[in-house]
Design a protein around this ligand. Structure first.
Ligand code: IMP
Ligand code: MG
Length: 188
């Protein structure tokens, strides 16, 4: 498997599985009696969202939105664009979100710019409620103007890959979260 044995494992597959189960149980309790619209941020949150969705014991609708901020680097470009994947998705997202209980599923909250942008988009589409569930939360002492209701793991400010997170589109398929150091990069 790519990277196996060379990268430092930060969060094991077992720890992720246990935490996803806990988060799903919390969500199931908090939203009891209601339907949930999971809005998965492509591509990073797709693996987390698919495990989470299967562990939530409520009717779940799954929608996707794409937000690009990093490009191929390890430092945020600062600019966040929202790109529904095509015209059909735009309509599906709008109708699912309008009046819905929306839970935005994110792989990692770093500066919080991506989420801020997505949340205002979801609110503009008329969501009844909008909360965030993120696998990882980088502790950078940034004051986010919104609350992050469900957090899988708080981590230090290091660049991580795996379980959906990439570096230049690589490592998304690692079943664990690992730290990517400069020495792990070819030609750096
Ligand atoms: P933010 O807008 O600065 O919060 O950045 C969030 C997005 O940047 C995430 O959805 C990820 O795609 C990407 N990102 C932030 N930190 C990392 C990291 O450590 N590894 C991989 N991607 C990251
Ligand atoms: Mg990314």
């Amino acid at each position: 498997m790519e990277g196996a044995g060379t990268l430092e494992v930060l969060i094991s597959e077992t720890a992720i599985r246990a935490r996803v189960t806990e988060l799903a149980a919390e969500i199931t309790r908090d939203y009891a009696g209601r339907d949930v619209v999971l809005v998965c941020l492509l591509k990073g949150a797709v693996i987390f969202a698919s495990d989470l969705a299967r562990a939530i014991r409520l009717p779940v609708r799954l929608e996707f939105v794409r937000a690009a901020s990093y490009g191929a680097g390890r430092v945020s470009s600062g600019e966040v664009r929202i790109e529904e994947t095509d015209g059909i998705d735009r309509a599906a997202l709008a109708s699912a979100v309008a009046g819905g209980e929306v839970l935005v599923v994110e792989d990692i909250v770093d500066s919080g710019r991506t989420l801020g942008r997505i949340l205002s988009h979801v609110q503009d589409l008329g969501a009844r409620s909008a909360e965030v569930c993120t696998l990882l939360y980088k502790d950078r002492n940034v004051d986010h103007p919104f609350g992050v209701r469900y957090i899988g793991f708080r981590i230090e400010d290091r660049f991580v890959v795996g379980y959906g997170l990439d570096f230049a589109e690589r490592y998304r398929n690692l079943p664990y979260v690992a730290v990517l150091e400069d020495r792990d990069l070819p030609g750096v």
